[in-house]
Every structure is written in C-alpha cells, then in structure tokens.
Design a protein around this ligand. Structure first.
Ligand code: SAM
Length: 231
C-alpha cells in the first residue's frame, strides 16, 4: 500500500469521503488516505493527525514527497486536538483503530466537533460501543459497509449528527443498516464469529470457575442473536 494504491479497506473508506471535503484524518499513520484523496482531486484540503512521532514523520514525508504541503497540514496531536476551527473541517476519518479507541477519541475531543462533520469510521472490532456512542451523541448512521481483506473483516460506519436517534440493542450489535441489508459478506462475517463464539462458550464451560456468570450470559445472548440472524 502507498499513497497511489490504497488497500481495499482504505479504498472503501475513501469512497465515503464527500467530494470537495476538508478532511481531518485522525491516526493517519503514513497519511496515505489524505494524500491519495488530494492527488485524485477528491478533497480540497486535509489535516493528518498523529499521536506517535514515527507515523507523524512518515505522514510529513508523504506530504512533502507529493508536494502537498499547501493542502495538507500534518499535526502531532492527540485525537481531535489536531483539528483547529480555522481548518473548517467537514469530514473526519478515524480508521484502523479499535472501536473503543475511536469512541474514546470522539468523546474526549467532542468539543472540537461543530456537529456539521461527516464521520467516516473504520473500527477494527468494538463496533457496538462505537455505535452506542454515536446514538448517545445524536449521530445517525447513514451508511454501513463491510469487506474482507487478507482474511480479516472490516466495517465502515458513516454517521452525521442529526439529533436524537434510537437504536435497539441488536441494531447496536450488528449495525442497523447491515441488519436490513444482510449482504453476503456481512452474513459470512457473522457465520465465522458464531463459530468462534461457540468455541469460546464451550471453553468457558470447561473453565467455569474463572469466568463470571455475567460474561457467560452475555456470550450466550450474542450466540442467540447471531443464530437468529443466520436462521
Ligand atoms: N488510519 C490508518 C489506516 O487505517 O491505515 C492507520 C491505522 S494505524 C493501525 C493507527 C494509527 O492511529 C497509528 O499510527 C497510531 O499512532 C494512531 N493513533 C492511535 N491513537 C491515536 C490518537 N489518540 N490520536 C491520534 N492518532 C492516534
């Protein structure tokens, strides 16, 4: 992967960035996403935010080598602290991190959001707590995508702040739009997860002492939901 050839995962993220957007890519690593989108003329400007020095320097290098210093600002910053009001950001991407990490970044930095931004989120697991945060903060899920690349399943969640929204526990778990669409990739993902969860439950049964009843009940509930989904 590089700034010309994105992974399939980042290509699918890129497809949700609105034309002409001013994008903040938080946790940008090499900055491949904003650099590719700018080179393609899809976005007008970007901020690439990074917490860690080595990826921050890698992003600086990508921007310099592509001569995009006037359009992309690279900032060493924690989460949404990379965004300044004068950036006039209207799309924020947070990709390749756990859903809980993305949630925590949104929660601790929400004062930096105007509420006008489209959020394009690609969590690696932890989708349920992330969707819960979106609901609690008045974000409606506009689009959900799932893909398989290199044996892993990746989810993409696109949301905008629209005001109060209510999702059921199952919608938060599976994704409200996924539940309606039930695409073949989505069903394959849950088929695989069902096997893993059934295996975990039987491991729990053998090690009963060390696992709390609540954890077992939670897992059994998930297995019931997945079984119903796939029925
Ligand atoms: N977004 C890229 C992608 O999807 O390919 C890179 C994903 S990489 C696995 C996660 C990046 O997020 C790392 O470079 C890490 O340093 C950065 N990161 C983690 N927590 C962060 C935070 N609170 N603020 C900014 N960057 C963060």
């Amino acid at each position: 992967m590089n700034e010309q050839t994105l992974s399939m995962r980042l290509e699918r993220v890129a497809a949700h960035v609105p034309a002409g957007a001013r994008l903040a890519d938080i946790g940008s690593d090499h900055g491949y996403l904003p650099v590719a989108l700018l080179k393609r003329g899809v976005i007008a400007a970007a901020v690439a935010g990074e917490l860690a020095l080595t990826p921050f320097q890698a992003a600086q290098r990508s921007v310099r080598e592509n001569d995009l210093g006037a359009q992309i600002t690279v900032r060493l910053a924690n989460g949404l602290e990379a965004i300044e009001p004068e950036d006039r950001i209207n799309a924020v991407s947070l990709c390749g991190m756990g859903g809980e990490t993305i949630r925590d970044i949104l929660e601790s930095g929400k004062a930096r959001l105007s509420g006008e931004e489209r959020l394009i989120l690609q969590p690696n697991g932890g989708e349920q707590p992330l969707r819960h945060w979106l609901m609690e903060n008045g974000y409606r899920i506009l689009c959900e995508d799932v893909l398989r690349e290199n044996r892993f399943y990746y989810e993409i969640i696109v949301a905008e702040r629209t005001g109060p929204v209510l999702y059921s526990a199952e919608e938060l778990y599976f994704g409200p739009l996924h539940l309606r669409e039930r695409s073949p990739v989505f069903l394959a993902k849950w088929q695989r997860l069902l096997q893993l969860k059934q295996q975990t439950l039987s491991n729990f049964a053998q090690a009963r002492q060390s696992v709390s009843d609540e954890k077992v009940r939670e897992l059994a509930q998930q297995i019931r939901w997945i079984t119903e989904l796939l029925a």
